[in-house]
Design a protein around this ligand. Structure first.
Ligand SMILES: *Cc1c(COP(=O)(O)O)cnc(C)c1O
Length: 394
């Protein structure tokens, strides 16, 4: 998955162009920048590739989530449905928005199921933070239907699934608002960065304003701009955006390599009866950054993960026991522990997060592991994995 595996001269040239001709700040300074606008350039490339009306760059995938929530009108006291299998940022962004995370069950797609979502809807539910984990999607028609039926905002976190599609539409563009991450280990890396995607004019305007102290970005004089809303500083720098410009041009190549490498491993594994794969409702749209396997039992999954490590196969993730990706292990989130009092502490009837139960998700995730699909693998690297499978699987 990591785009940094393909870093070459083009990223350096892009950054140099900013340092030599352009300016570090994404707005204004028209007289100094010789028409170098890297953030704008990357935004327009993203819109073209993903066929979305607006892409607004921010400083990270996490600030993209915060911006997306605020821009879609999600705030204090609103309930937002999230999966227990995700990256912690999904939950942090909701809590820092003053909203209430509500955990729902995933299914064998490793993403929220429509039934899981429907089971936890209350009159306070405002949005679903749908996370396209490990590069692929869930049953999006069903998910969208539930959101529409209950008038919920569908926020798609496509931070791990840049370039993935569902029935021809880019992940991150199916709901009202979506997010991408370009951090150091994502499909496209620009060091640190993220994007908010939307076809909704109001959400877009809120997004560029919110991520830049509420500036309306009208005219050439920043000091004279008005501020329709409050915001903060979640801006991306021109240097980061420049790296992203070079990386984005490699997206097709990255997806092609990932899909080829993943196919080789998946084909090799499909002969073993004990192996089931994560369900991918639209295989053709898989970003293919990971290969996820669901074993018959938790004990066997742990045994296989251990055996693969003993065969020196790196980057095999057993998420159920990992500190970053599963609710069970997030004591700081179960205890809602911040450095200071959190808005959610003012809500008397908030959930007790030490008592959240997601048995279906536990069952699936305790049997699941994923392998990172690298861009730099040689034929020999792939064969080494296939040989290891032959030793480890029945
Ligand atoms: C990486 C990631 C984020 C956060 O992105 P950053 O750019 O690291 O802040 C959010 N959600 C998911 C699912 C991620 O994998």
């Amino acid at each position: 998955m990591p785009g940094f595996e393909l870093f070459d001269e083009t990223e350096k040239q892009q950054v140099n162009e900013v340092m030599e001709k352009g300016f570090t700040f994404r707005y204004n300074f028209d007289g100094m920048r010789n028409d170098v606008w890297k953030a704008r350039e990357l935004e327009s490339m993203i819109c073209d590739t993903l066929q979305v009306n607006h892409a607004h760059l921010v400083s990270s995938g996490t600030t993209a989530l915060s911006t997306a929530l605020a821009s879609a009108g999600i705030g204090a006291g609103d309930e937002v449905i999230v999966p227990p299998f995700t990256f912690v940022a999904s939950v942090e962004a909701i809590v820092l928005a003053g909203a209430i995370p509500v955990f729902a069950e995933i299914d064998e797609t490793l993403t929220l199921s429509a039934e899981g979502i429907e089971a936890v809807i209350t009159p306070r539910t405002k949005a679903v933070n749908f996370v396209h984990m490990c590069g692929s999607m869930g049953h999006m028609d069903d998910v969208k239907a539930v959101c529409d039926k209950h008038n919920l905002v569908l926020l798609e976190d496509a931070c791990q699934a840049t370039g993935g599609t569902y029935k021809g539409k880019a992940l991150g563009t199916l709901g009202q608002v979506g997010t991408l991450s370009f951090d150091s280990v994502k499909t496209i890396s620009c060091g640190e960065g993220g994007a908010v995607l939307t076809n909704d004019e109001t959400i877009y305007n809120h997004a560029h304003q919110y991520s830049d102290h509420g500036h309306d970005h009208i005219g050439m004089d920043r000091g004279a701009e008005s501020h329709p809303i409050m915001g903060s500083n979640y801006r991306i720098s021109e240097m980061n955006a420049a790296v992203g410009v070079a990386q984005w041009k490699k997206l097709d190549r990255i997806l092609e390599i990932q899909r080829k490498n993943k196919k080789a491993l998946k084909e090799a594994l499909s002969q073993y009866e004990e192996v089931a794969f994560r369900v991918i409702p639209d295989e053709a749209g898989d970003n293919a950054g990971f290969l996820s396997v669901i074993m018959p039992t938790e004990a066997r999954a742990k045994e296989v993960v251990k055996a693969l490590a003993e065969e020196n196969i790196p980057a095999v993730f057993y998420w159920y026991a990992n500190n970053w990706h599963y609710l069970k292990n997030w004591t700081h989130i179960q205890n809602m522990k911040g450095p200071a009092k959190l808005p959610i502490e003012l809500i008397a009837d908030r959930p007790d997060y030490t008592q959240v139960k997601t048995p279906k998700s536990d069952d699936i995730m305790s049997r699941t592991f994923s392998m990172l699909i690298n861009l730099s693998w040689s034929e020999a690297d792939i064969q080494q994995r296939i040989d290891a499978f032959a030793k480890v699987f029945k």
